[in-house]
Design a protein around this ligand. Structure first.
Ligand SMILES: C[S@@+](CC[C@H](N)C(=O)[O-])C[C@H]1O[C@@H](n2cnc3c(N)ncnc32)[C@H](O)[C@@H]1O
Length: 237
């Protein structure tokens, strides 16, 4: 493997990979189609227009990769998104309604926050540690005038969590155990009864006495099926 360097995919390689890439596109198109009933909202589509426009020069994957590469992180390809169909399923199963205050931890481009705010009507805060995500999400807010319902905060989930949420959502499947344990403790500071939704691991694995698992169900992500856990704080910090 010595002497190998990064390089572009050649035209011939692209042609050879065409059947596979069609398969992937069909899968993605199917997921997009399934999400259709959940995106038919003028306000959400307006946020989507600006969000996509602001990320057209530098994709979220690239932005995230550059951020982690600069910090010499061990996994620089950890970006991922909750598919909208899955977000809608989580919203239904967890009973997220318009009167809820939701905190999305690791809000990335803000799409989930915009969806919860514009389609469901929640008040939403997104916490994110990549500044390029927060600045762009803030611009979507100012372009669409939804600042009463959504705001974004730059910060680290292990340090502190903003606001007084009823529900906290975290999708971060590559986070190390120490960070998840700190996050679990931070959520307990928000008080008894606060519900925390996590993907792939329950917080009862980290703080068994502080949480009660109230639901778990399978959900689809781009890379496959995993379990979503809904737990509530029973012993606040
Ligand atoms: C897998 S992505 C999920 C994006 C979005 N929540 C979703 O479900 O579509 C995880 C996000 O968490 C952010 N993140 C990772 N570690 C973080 C930390 N310590 N504090 C705040 N955000 C973090 C990443 O930058 C990334 O945007």
């Amino acid at each position: 493997m010595e002497g190998l360097q990064s390089r572009q995919v050649t035209f011939l390689e692209r042609v050879r990979l065409l059947p596979l890439s069609i398969l992937v596109s069909v899968r993605e198109a199917r997921m997009a189609l399934q999400a259709l009933p959940f995106v038919i909202s003028k306000d959400f589509l307006r946020t989507e227009f600006w969000r996509r426009a602001l990320f057209s020069g530098r994709t979220p994957w690239r932005l995230s990769k550059d951020f982690y590469a600069e910090r010499a992180a061990s996994d620089i390809h950890c970006f991922g998104e909750t598919p909208l169909v899955t977000l809608a399923r989580i919203q239904r199963r967890a009973g997220i309604c318009s009167h809820h205050k939701v905190l999305e931890v690791g809000s990335a481009t803000g799409r989930n926050c915009f969806w919860l705010a514009t389609v469901i009507g929640c008040r939403v805060v997104g916490l994110e540690h990549i500044p390029g995500f927060v600045s762009r999400a803030d611009r979507v807010v100012s372009q669409t005038g939804c600042s009463e319902r959504v705001r974004f905060i730059s910060g680290d989930m292990g340090d502190s969590l903003p606001g007084e949420p009823d529900i906290i959502y975290l999708y971060g499947s590559n986070l190390d155990d120490d960070l998840i344990a700190r996050f679990a403790r931070r959520c307990c500071e928000k008080g008894e009864g606060v519900r925390v939704i996590t993907v792939s691991y329950p917080l009862t694995d980290y703080l068994p006495d502080s949480y009660e698992l109230i639901d778990c169900f399978p959900a689809i992500f781009a890379w496959g099926v995993t379990t979503v856990y809904v737990q509530k704080v029973v012993r606040p910090a």
